[in-house]
Design a protein around this ligand. Structure first.
Ligand code: MG
Length: 409
């Protein structure tokens, strides 16, 4: 069945909440700034009026005031914004159970099963917009698509720019609407990747979509395939509410002792989890070809984070394969918010007797290496041998090795 996914985004979220609470500022340019008294404070959000003066998020208050001296400066009220965000989640949940917060002002919805109850996608989108406006005073823009990446790109490139604030992107209009756009407009292409792609002569999303996938795979591995899939509007990731209970899978998750904000620290944990998952798979004599990663934000009252999965080309029970795939997903989907819990899962499991030898893969060598590592761990314990990143203070390896009693899921 064709899925129907929404990405609901709130326009200039913090600034819109302040405007809704302060009708006296209705037509004035408004800035929410870290420390409004300090000219060196940072602009966290600017409403559309302030933006029309050229004010941008993340510039200094001093710079912003040069462009628009009459702007109203407001101190942020983070807890209040989180409460409003949660209220919006509640509104969305009255349309479907499947609501996945993606960031503080963006949430994915799967309304595939709700259409017969609430009307067409377009009608549902308009109803959601109206209800959010009525209950919170902020404006939602909604991207619609048959999967998450289409919904996200529909929102970012079109719904945010048209007057309706709603846009649908699917296989019928992807060629006409998305493909002519510069490569930077594609979801997950940052300035770094943009440079690489332009260096290869790929300047538009359409040019990427029609690049032979093998070429991209040779250059970037799984990430190249993901890029190609995104350009072609292909994505099978589900909208998930309960991230961690996947059936027929081997997964491990960890709740961190404090919020992790640095990529290196988080990657250390991903590596440790990947190694644990791989060991679990080997202990059960199986290999899998679907790697999933879920991360959750630090504030459990307001769930943020994401859950993503990727299918790799051959089944594996190697930690580095799992780590590599999980890292690619993490790099693409992390919104840089603090992280408190991480889960890594391997699914698509098969008995390790039936796996096919891949010509491109050094399976045999890795097999021997892993057998040796497993033997050392069995004999001398988990901490006798580990990868370099686990020397970092952020590592949880030593603490975990004390807690684990072989409880593979
Ligand atoms: Mg927004």
């Amino acid at each position: 069945m064709t899925r129907e996914i929404f990405l609901v985004d709130i326009q200039t979220f913090y600034a819109s909440v302040e405007k809704a609470d302060h009708p006296e500022f209705k037509d004035k340019p408004l800035i929410v700034a870290g420390d409004p008294k300090q000219r060196s404070g940072i602009v966290l959000a600017a409403d559309p009026v302030a933006k029309s003066y050229g004010i941008k998020t993340a510039e200094s208050v001093g710079q912003a005031l040069l462009k628009c001296p009459q702007a109203v400066l407001v101190r942020p009220r983070m807890q209040h914004y989180l409460d409003i965000s949660l209220l919006i989640t509640q509104i969305l949940k009255s349309f479907t159970d499947l609501v996945e917060p993606y960031s503080v002002d963006e949430q994915f919805l799967d309304i595939t099963g709700s259409r017969h109850l609430f009307g067409t996608s377009d009608e549902i989108a308009r109803t959601i917009q109206k209800k959010i406006m009525k209950d919170t005073g902020v404006r939602a823009r909604i991207g619609i698509g048959t999967n998450k990446v289409l919904a996200k790109m529909a929102c970012d490139n079109f719904a945010k720019k048209n007057t309706a604030g709603i846009f649908r992107l699917d296989q019928n209009n992807i060629e006409k609407c998305l493909w002519p756009l510069p490569i930077r407009a594609m979801f997950s292409v940052g300035s770094h990747m943009e440079k690489h792609l332009i260096g290869m002569g790929i300047r538009t999303v359409g040019m990427l979509a029609s690049t032979p996938v093998e070429l991209l795979r040779k250059r970037w591995g799984i990430n190249g395939v993901l890029l190609w899939q995104t350009a072609n509007g292909i994505d099978s990731s589900p909208v998930t509410v309960h991230t961690y209970d996947r059936p027929k899978a081997i997964g491990h998750n960890i709740t961190l002792p404090y919020d992790y904000v640095y990529e290196k620290d988080i990657k250390t944990i991903i590596l440790e989890l990947a190694e644990e998952v791989a060991r679990g798979a080997r202990a059960k004599h199986c290999r899998g070809n679907i790697v999933s990663i879920g991360v959750r934000g630090a504030n459990f009252d307001h769930p943020t984070g994401f859950y993503r999965q990727i299918t790799i080309f051959h089944t594996t029970s190697f930690g580095m394969d799992i780590y590599h795939a999980a890292s690619i997903l993490f790099d693409r989907f992390w919104d840089r918010q603090p992280i408190r819990s991480i889960a890594v899962t391997l699914s698509g499991l098969h008995s390790d007797k039936e796996y096919q030898l891949s010509l491109f893969d050094q399976s045999e060598k890795k097999e021997k290496l892993n057998a040796a590592i497993d033997a050392i761990h069995q004999k001398y314990g988990r901490t006798a041998l580990f990868r370099g990143p686990s020397l970092r203070p952020s590592s949880q390896l030593r603490i975990r090795s004390k807690k684990i009693g072989g409880h593979w899921k």
